[in-house]
Design a protein around this ligand. Sequence first.
Ligand code: F6R
Length: 658
Amino acid sequence: MISEPSVLNNAGQEISSAHTGEPMQQAITYEKIPTNIYADAKAASRAVAKEIAELIRTKQRENKPCVLGLATGSSPKTVYAELIRIHREEGLSFRNVISFNLDEYYPMEPDSLQSYVRFMKEQLFDHVDIPADAYFLPDGTTPYNQIAEFGRSYEEKIEAMGGLDFQLLGIGGNGHIGFNEPGSLQNSKTRLMMLDHSTRAAAAGDFGSLTKVPKKAITMGVSSILKARRVVLLAWGERKAPVIRAAVEDTVTEQVPASYLQLHPNCLFVIDEAAASELTRMKAPWLVDTVAWDNKMIKKAVTHLSLTLGKPILKLTNKDYNDNGMSDLLAQVGQAYELNIDVFNKLQHTITGWPGGKPNADDTNRPERKLPAQKRCLIFSPHPDDDIISMGGTFQRLHDQGHEVHVGYQTSGNIAVADDEALRFADYVVDFNKQFGIDSPEANRIFQDAAASLRTKKDSEMDTAEVRYVKGLIRRGEAKSTCRFVGIPVENAHFLNMPFYETGKVEKKPLGEDDILAVMNLIEQIKPHQIYAAGDLADPHGTHKVCLDAIIEAVRRLKASGADFMQDCWVWLYRGAWAEWDIHEIEMAVPMSPDQLMRKRLGIFKHQSQKDGVVYQGTDSREFWQRAEERNRGTAELYNRLGLAEYEAMEAFVRWKF
Ligand code: F6R
C-alpha cells in the first residue's frame, strides 16, 4: 500500500503530511474509489514508485516474479523516472520483473518513433536491469486476421505468469483506460479497438498531425485490467479533473470506462491537486466535512451556492444556506443578509477597467495601486501568442492608459508551425534572393536547406535546425505584428528563446540555469512594477508550467538579492487558452466592451500560422480566438449570474504573493 500521506484532508484543506504519517481518509460520501491527492505529480509519482519498488522487493524475498501491467502516455513518465532513480541510487533490481503493457497502436512497427515499444525502452527498460525477454507489449505488426488469436495468447501468457500483481493506469480525457474507449464492456478482453476522435486528437502532437495518428490500437480489455490484484491510476492536470470526478463520484457506466474501477476491491487513484479540482471535497468541501470558514472559503461557498441555485448573491436567504450544508457558516457570521453583502462587495472590488491602477482615485479597495501612475509592465508570454490570447484586452488597456508595456516572449514556439507554412516562407526568401542576388551565403544556405528539407520531409521526421529557425522566425514576426497592432514599439518585444524548449519535439528539456537567467536578465533590465505571467496549470508537463517555474525562480532570486525595484513589483497571473480561474479566486477582472473584444480578436488574427487548424490542436477543435472569446464571455456571464453588472467579456487575474 502507498504509505505516504496525501496533502489534503477531506475538506480539501492542507494538512501537514510530514507529521501525520497516515494516508488521509476518503471523502466517503461522494467518492467511490479511494483517492489520494498530492500537491504535484512529482510527489505523487514518488509515492507510486515507492509502492512498486516495495512490491518488487517483497517478491524478490519470496523468490517469485513480480508481474507488472504498465502504461504509456505522459502520466507514468514521472513514475518511471523515479523507478530509474531507485534502481540507480538504491540498488533496486528488476531481474524478477515481468511486465505486460496495456496497449499499442495498430498498425505500428516497434522501432517507429511513436511506438509504445520505443516509449517503454526510452522511459524505463533501457535504464534498468529488466531482462530483454521479460517485457511484453501488444504486437502492432500482427497480421489483421491473427489479432484475435494474439489477444487470446496475450491473456494466457499473463495468466501463465500468475496474473498481474500490479496494474498502472493513466486515464483519457474521455475516461478510457488502456485504449478501452467509451462503450467498452466490463467483460472485454485484449482486442483491436477503433480509437475515439478525442484520443487521436490528443495524440496528434506525437505524430505531427491528426491524419497521421493510427485509427486503431490493440488493447487489454476492461476485464483483463480488473483481474489485476492491485490497480493504481494516475492523473495530472486540470484537463483530467472532469473525468476524474465522473469516474470517482458518478455511477458505473460504459461511457466512462474508468468508472468500472469502482468495482475493483484494491484500486487507488493517485492524482494531483489540479486533477482533483472537480471532486466534491475540493469544489464544495463543506458538503463533505467540517471546514474552517476563512475569507477564501466563505467566498468560495457563497459563489458556489449562488451559481448552484441560480440565484444572485444578494437574493440568497438563511434557508438557502441551511438547506445546503452551510448552517455552521451562518452560525458563525450571523445572517445571510450581512454575508451576502460582504461577498458581493468583495466581488465588486475585483472589477476594474484600470489594470495598471487608477490615477487620482482612492485605491483602498482596488486590485492595483494607483501609484506610480505610469507603470512599467512586463508581460511574459510562454508562446508568441499567449499575451494577446489570454490578456489581449488588458494588454491594450495598459498601453492605452499610458503605461510602458514590454512583452517577454519566452519560447520560440517553432514546433507549432506547419511544414507547408514554413515552406511557403522559405520559398519566398529563396526566390527573393535568387532574383536580387542577396549576397549573404549563410542566409541563402539556411533558407535553401530549410526549403529542401521541408520538400522531402517524411511523416514523423524531426525538423532540422534550419527548419526550426525558419519556423521560429515566422512566429517572431507574428508576435511583432501583434505588438504593432496594440501600439507598443517593437523594441519592447523581447524574444528570450528559452533553451529548454528547443528540442524540436513535444517533449522538452528540463528547466535549466540558462532559462532562469534569461528571465532574470529581462526583469532586471525592465525593472517592472507589474509582471504578468501565465499561471496555467492545465498541463502540468506543459510549456506554460515550465515558463512559470522559471519566472518564480527568477523572482525569488531577485527578491533574495534585495533588488530595490523588486519590493514594488507585483505579479499577476493569467490563465492560458483552456481554463479560467475559479470565480472565487479571481482578484482582478478586467471588463471588455464588444468593440474591445473584437479588437482583441483582430490582434489574435495576427498569428496567421496558428489559424485555420493548428499543428497541436488537441481535443478542442475551436480556434484560439474562439476559445478566448468564449472564456472571456463566460467569466463575464458568471459575474452577472452572481448579480453583478453585465459586461460583454472579462479577463481575469490572480495576484501571486511571493
Ligand atoms: C497508455 C494508455 C492510455 C493513457 C491515457 C492517458 O498506455 O493506455 O489509456 O494512459 O490516454 O494518457 P496521458 O497520460 O498521456 O494523459
